[in-house]
Design a binder for this molecule. Structure first.
Ligand code: SF4
Ligand code: SF4
Length: 312
């Protein structure tokens, strides 16, 4: 049933979907400030979920060879080239010879020394399905192929999807897509995206990308705890002078009710190819149905009045 608040505003998505007794909502916090662009997360995702190879061609505009999220790329690590800024210590974990942790100040000095001659910097960010609190893809799916899991995530069932593509147009982030190839791959024509490793979650395991990330740029866990971790991390970076650090997707009052996968960014969302102010595309459906219902009632009343008038 479409309620006043069921397509917009803060809710617990699993409870809203009818799970009475469910685990805490699970999600990702991706801290792009410690991403080194190794792409281990992309590879781990492909291996675990049996996602076929992408084109892997250099575009000539970036060193990124996997281009964007799509049906064959459920994690995508963007390489964004930006003008250089004075280097600051981002608190990245690092080890010296013999496994001895390198002091953060030493690390900062080393980074400063190597960066002095560079007139650009890399922003690296591992993007993924946002597992929205209000997921338009799920709202418009006519077959029930997309479903809300007990963990509050959004999952596709390959065997039920009929490939109509309504979800593709509905997603405000351009995440979900129908698989177009390569020839011989499974699920050609079927909508595909990150499932937040639903099969691993049911076995109490961490999603493959988070497990593979060597810098803990991708953190997996209870969304509430991750939000606190994210807030603490931003506060710490601000104290260290990284004033561009900001969170994206973690506000339950935003246009999609907050996302289950949110990000710490070091620049505007647009720089990373993310919409600055996404709104769930089904937000206005209840109002539209109400108006359509009122119009139908008015039409019916007009017909009755005209019929009675003619009888006299
Ligand atoms: S990001 Fe797009 S595909 Fe992912 S849950 Fe939200 S609407 Fe659906
Ligand atoms: S595995 Fe971690 S560090 Fe490597 S690209 Fe992915 S998010 Fe970045």
């Amino acid at each position: 049933m479409i309620g006043r608040n069921s397509l917009f505003g803060p809710v617990d998505p699993a409870a809203d979907a009818g799970y009475d007794d469910h685990p805490k909502r699970k999600g990702f916090f991706t801290d792009t400030s410690v991403c080194i662009g190794c792409k281990a997360c992309e590879v781990a995702c492909k291996e675990w979920n049996d996602v076929p190879e992408n084109l892997f061609e250099m575009l000539g505009t970036s060193y990124d060879n996997s281009h964007s999220l799509n049906a064959n790329q459920w994690r995508h690590v963007a390489f964004v080239e930006r003008p250089a800024k004075p280097p600051v210590d981002l608190g990245m974990p690092s080890m010296g010879p013999g496994g001895v942790a390198v002091d953060a100040v030493t690390q900062q000095t080393e980074v400063a020394g190597s960066a002095e001659d560079m007139d650009f910097r890399w922003l690296m960010s591992s993007d993924v399905c946002k597992h929205c609190t209000h997921a338009a893809c799920l709202d418009v799916c006519p077959t029930g192929s997309l479903f809300r899991s007990e963990f509050g995530t959004v999952v596709v069932q390959d065997e039920i999807c009929n490939g109509c593509g309504y979800c593709v147009a509905a997603c405000p982030y351009g995440v979900i897509d129908r698989r177009k190839g390569p020839d011989g791959a499974d699920n050609i024509g079927i909508a595909q995206k990150c499932t937040l490793c639903y099969d691993r979650l049911t076995e109490d395991q961490v999603p493959a990308c988070a497990k593979a990330c060597p810098t803990e740029s991708i953190l997996f866990g209870d969304v509430e705890e991750l939000r606190q971790t994210a807030n603490d991390r931003v506060a710490r970076l601000h104290e260290q002078g990284v004033m561009d650090a900001r969170l994206y997707g973690n506000d339950p009052e935003d246009g999609v009710g907050g996302t289950g996968a949110f990000f710490l960014l070091l620049d505007e969302p647009e720089v990373y190819g993310l919409p600055p102010d996404p709104v769930v595309t089904t937000k206005d459906l209840p109002a539209m149905f109400n108006r359509a219902g009122m119009a139908a009632l008015a039409l019916l009343a007009g017909g009755v009045v005209s019929f009675l008038g003619r009888k006299r």
